[in-house]
Design a protein around this ligand. Structure first.
Ligand code: NAD
Length: 409
């Protein structure tokens, strides 16, 4: 199994020459500050107890409390959780919000649990990590297979332990428990502000064609937002195949079909493409919004886009990245493109701290301003240093983290 943390270390090595950071600080950036492994006994519906293993990784908190989601997945492992916590610190720094990087995970396939078992596991996990979290210490949120209902249970458990309200300890909560407006589609909305800024720089027209890989939360929201803004969504895909209509898809209609049939196959108003042919279609903008490593060297060789935006975390493999660089196709990196989610999480915390809640319009205005500024910072660094947007995003973030670390010494 590839150690994802090694992948992160390689990314650090790539920017070593472009970021003026002392050796001492670089050495610190190569390790996680604190890592906790917990074993959680859960009473199963059959009356027996089962032990689940979970982790919480706290990578760096120089700029503010550790921040990062909790993943429930059977492939969760220590290396992955550590890497995701490091990427969170870089993501928060690139959009310049005062938070560090953390991440949590439990090795479990939640589809095999009853609702009661899932609740007991969620409460058990938060009890196990409660001593090291807090609204000024480390703030969890949802990630793969955890949602606002799980966050609601976790918040309730944490507040029961503390004996007081502390809504800012967890973000991505239901609105009724102090969640923020626009949080549910904030990742895609943030991505939209970024791609719109890129398009303006490159002079692409609004009617440009778009293909989206993955039709889950991130994928369907970005498809809908871009369709509404006047782009032509010519293709969307799920794990089994893709649909194509050069005249433009009606995204809401496709979403309705997918919800009813749990597949895109058979959608009557578009052509169904198989696994092999889905990358052969020419589009202006390609948005991977599925899973890690889903755009391989093989895909990269045939993909013919003008811009690629990583809405998923780590979708483009390093080999594919090199091919895109060779072809001169700009790739907008994940730590910038999908940071909208953590930005609105930060807004959620700010609202919790004040006990005063903003309207959706206000959240979106603030999100737009943060995302466009972040894009400008990355673009400028990329032009000045003549490096890729990915390297530029890492350089901007690393310098900000290093500056805070230095100021503490
Ligand atoms: P999700 O589970 O809702 O959706 C994933 C989708 O990808 C599903 O439609 C699935 O069928 C599809 N898929 C899987 N393999 C595929 C393949 N090879 N080709 C095409 N489609 C494939 O997940 P999500 O919440 O939308 O997250 C997607 C990605 O975005 C993840 O990498 C996640 O870490 C990242 N992300 C999401 C958020 C968020 O707020 N949802 C925030 C930041 C990052």
């Amino acid at each position: 199994m590839t150690n994802e943390f090694d992948k992160f270390l390689k990314q650090l090595d790539v920017i070593r020459g472009s970021a003026a950071i002392s050796d001492d600080i670089f050495a610190e950036l190569r390790s996680v500050k604190k890592f906790l492994e917990v074993n959680i006994p859960v009473r199963m519906d059959n009356g027996k107890s089962k032990i689940f293993t979970g982790y919480r990784s706290q990578y760096n908190d120089a700029r503010g409390p550790f921040k990062g989601g909790i993943r429930f997945h059977e492939n969760v492992n220590a290396g992955e959780v550590k890497a995701l916590s490091a990427w969170m610190a870089f993501k928060c720094a690139v959009v310049n919000i005062p938070l560090g990087g953390g991440k949590g995970g439990v090795i479990v396939d939640p589809k095999k649990l009853s609702l009661g078992e899932l609740e007991r596991l969620s409460r058990g996990y938060i009890r196990a990590i409660a001593p090291i979290i807090g609204d000024r210490i480390d703030i969890p949120a949802p990630d793969v297979n955890t949602d606002e209902r799980v966050m609601g249970w976790m918040l309730d458990e944490y507040e029961s332990i503390r004996g007081r309200h502390e809504p800012g300890v967890i973000t991505g909560k239901p609105l009724s428990l102090g969640g923020s407006q626009a949080r549910s589609y904030s990742t895609a909305q943030g991505g939209y502000f970024v791609i719109d800024s890129v398009i303006k720089k490159l002079g692409l027209k609004k009617g440009a064609t778009v293909a989206v890989q993955g039709f889950g939360n991130a994928g369907r929201n970005i498809a809908f937002i871009m369709e509404t803004a006047g782009y032509k969504i010519v293709s969307v895909s799920d794990s089994k195949g893709a649909i194509l209509d050069r005249r433009g898809l009606d995204v809401i209609d496709v979403a309705k079909y997918k919800d009813e049939h749990h597949t895109l196959e058979g959608y009557p108003k578009a052509k169904y493409l198989t696994e092999e042919s889905r990358f052969l279609e020419k589009v202006d903008i390609f948005i991977p919004a599925a899973l890690e490593n889903s755009v391989t060297a093989e895909n990269a060789k045939v993909l013919n886009a003008k811009i690629i935006m990583e809405l998923a975390n780590g979708p483009v493999t390093p080999e594919a990245d090199a091919i895109f660089a060779e072809k001169g196709i700009p790739v907008i990196p994940d730590i910038l493109a999908n940071a909208g989610g953590v930005v609105v999480s930060y807004f959620e915390q700010v609202q919790n701290a004040y006990g005063y809640y903003w309207e959706e319009k206000e959240v979106l205005q603030k999100l737009e301003s943060v995302m466009r500024q972040a894009f400008d910072d990355v673009w400028k660094t990329s032009q000045e240093k003549k490096i890729s947007l990915r390297c530029a995003a890492y350089v901007v973030a690393a310098l900000r983290i290093a500056q805070a670390m230095k100021a503490r010494k």
